[in-house]
Write a protein that binds this ligand. Structure first.
Ligand code: ATP
Length: 539
């Protein structure tokens, strides 16, 4: 049997079917062309009929020079009652009530206000209302509106006693939908593994993971909660400077690119520096001491600190902001402890005075207790050996000269809170063995050192000490730490002590940790604009 060749000619039936389909497609095309034409005519008609066509649109060149209050900040809205004003805002959401009425929620910084877009013969047409309702959320607009006092408080916006009556609305930058993250979702708490969020906000909003938030950080940061965090962070930064300047400190800037590791090699990032190795500074420690050697009696620094530690915890970053200070000592290293305790209280009280409202709003989202503070003279200052005793009495087993583990630090914080009613305290006279080579041993017992840490809510935020200023003792201690005083990283620093250097001491504080523990936030990454950790270097 031979196989028959497939015919190259289509059958009659197939031809008929194809003709039928072609006819169908033609009719469909004609119909949609007709519809398009009708829609176009309708739109043209609308434009012709639209008395308000000039009062809305897209682009950034619609600024009629009328006698109005220009570029008003929402926080100053009260001063403009019954006046027509121009604002630059972001559209948070839009709501259509009818063809004649719509509402927009507009936001600017930490403020938000309602705009009523109601049909009027002079300013607002129905096409304009349709346009307003279709503005994608997060678009940036220039809006003109009359500021009106409301008869009832508006609950959904921060400005509750005023609203805007729309006159003109222009989209300056249109947001493209869909957004990968709704900024409003970042107003709520993080989904926590160990602590169920209990606030009203959490019930109303979906819980978005920290990773999703950080992957879309620009949208995440728009949340007012985040703006408040960074306002407070800026507050800490400026209070730190204010206090120390008023106590005779000047701000210095030490290099962050180093020719050699200075404090041991394991936690240092190496980089390629014109075909040789260089390193990112793990702290400004040696450089700020060299400023003391250079006869600057009191110095401070605010700068990045890099740690190549694979610490995946809620309080470690690989890049954080160090608040550092170093000062001459006249009689006793407690001069440094005194200044640092006063500095921390100045920061806490300053935050309380300047950002009380913002702090309360953030703590409410995370159901955090207020930060308990004693008067300056009553800050608990406890010797390490006493802390060990308290922990043992509470059932912990630990050796005299061991460093505290993180759970032990937290436990001691709890014991001190119960005993002294303070969320802030100093632990003094650490064992010499757990501190760096430059730490001055104590005169009365060399197993302890003139060094201290400060804690907030039971977690370390500050490390400080008197430093060794005696050349030969320093060399001895460097060798005990199995390092070489002649190494590139140490040579110039060590030599500086040969030429006369006063006793001195200082401390380093993590800016992000202060913000985290003051507010009681669950993760340090929330306090860093674009956080860096072992698994995150983007965005
Ligand atoms: P920890 O024991 O918590 O890792 P540390 O003893 O290494 O801290 P220091 O080198 O003494 O810290 O640094 C001084 C301060 O800098 C700390 O008290 C802390 O506030 C902050 N800090 C240190 N390491 C980090 C980090 N990886 N991320 C954020 N802040 C840090």
């Amino acid at each position: 049997m031979t196989e028959s060749e497939p015919s190259s000619q289509p059958s009659k039936k197939a031809l008929k079917k194809a003709a039928k389909e072609a006819e169908k497609a033609k009719k469909k095309a004609e119909r949609s062309a007709l519809l398009e034409q009708q829609e176009l005519e309708l739109r043209q008609q609308e434009v012709v009929d639209d008395s308000a066509a000039e009062n809305y649109g897209e682009g950034d060149n619609f600024y009629p020079q009328t006698a109005i209050d220009k570029w008003i900040q929402l926080r100053n809205i009260e001063e403009h009652e019954d006046r027509e004003c121009v604002f630059r805002v972001a559209v948070a959401n839009t709501r259509s009530q009818s063809a004649k009425l719509a509402f927009l929620t507009l936001s600017q910084g930490l403020e938000s206000i309602q705009m009523v877009v109601a049909e009027t013969p002079e300013y607002v047409s129905r096409p304009m209302i349709k346009f307003a309702v279709n503005i994608p959320p997060e678009s940036i607009c220039t809006v003109f509106g009359v500021v009106k006092r409301t008869s009832e408080k508006i609950q959904s916006t921060t400005i509750q006693d005023f609203e805007l009556q729309a006159r003109r609305i222009y989209i300056v930058s249109k947001a493209q939908l869909p957004l990968p993250l709704q900024p409003a979702d970042s107003e709520g708490p993080l989904p926590l593994e160990d602590k169920a969020p209990t606030t009203e906000v959490s019930q109303a909003q979906p819980l978005v993971s920290l990773n999703t938030r950080l992957n879309n950080r620009v949208l995440d940061l728009r949340a007012k909660l985040n703006h408040r965090i960074f306002l407070i962070k800026d507050g800490v930064d400026s209070l730190f400077q204010e206090f120390l300047r008023s106590h005779g400190f000047i701000r210095i800037h030490t290099p962050k690119i180093m020719g050699a590791p200075t404090e041991g090699g394991s936690s240092v990032f190496r980089l390629d520096y014109f075909h040789r190795n260089a390193y990112l500074a793990q702290s400004p420690q040696l450089a700020k001491q060299m400023a003391i050697q250079s006869r600057f009696p009191r110095v401070m620094e605010i700068g990045p600190v890099f740690r190549a530690e694979n610490s995946n915890t809620v309080r470690h970053l690989t890049e954080f902001t160090g608040l550092d200070m170093e000062m001459e000592i006249l009689e006793d290293y407690h001069e440094v402890v005194d200044i640092l305790e006063k500095l921390m209280l100045f920061i806490f009280n300053g935050l309380n005075e300047r950002y009380g409202k913002e702090t309360e709003l953030i703590r409410k989202v995370y159901a955090v207790e207020p930060f308990k503070l004693p008067a300056v003279s009553n800050i608990p200052r406890i010797e390490f050996s006493e802390g060990v005793k308290m922990l043992r009495e509470a059932g912990e087993t630990l050796d005299d000269y061991d460093d505290l583990t993180t759970p032990q630090e937290k436990k001691l914080g709890q014991l001190i809170l119960e005993k002294y009613n303070s969320d802030f305290y100093t632990l003094d006279q650490f064992p010499t063995a757990v501190r760096p080579f430059y730490t001055m041993p104590s005169k009365k017992n060399k197993s302890y050192s003139n060094s201290f840490d400060m804690f907030m809510r039971g977690q370390e935020i500050l490390s400080g000490a008197q430093r060794i200023h005696i050349h030969d003792l320093l060399i001895e201690r460097i060798r005990e730490h199995e390092m070489s005083p002649d190494s590139d990283g140490l040579r110039d620093y060590v030599e500086g002590f040969k030429f006369g250097c006063p006793p001195h001491g200082g401390g380093g504080i993590g800016l992000e940790r202060i913000v985290q523990f003051y507010l009681g936030l669950p993760n340090i990454r929330m306090t860093s604009l674009f956080p860096r950790d072992p698994s995150r270097v983007l965005p």
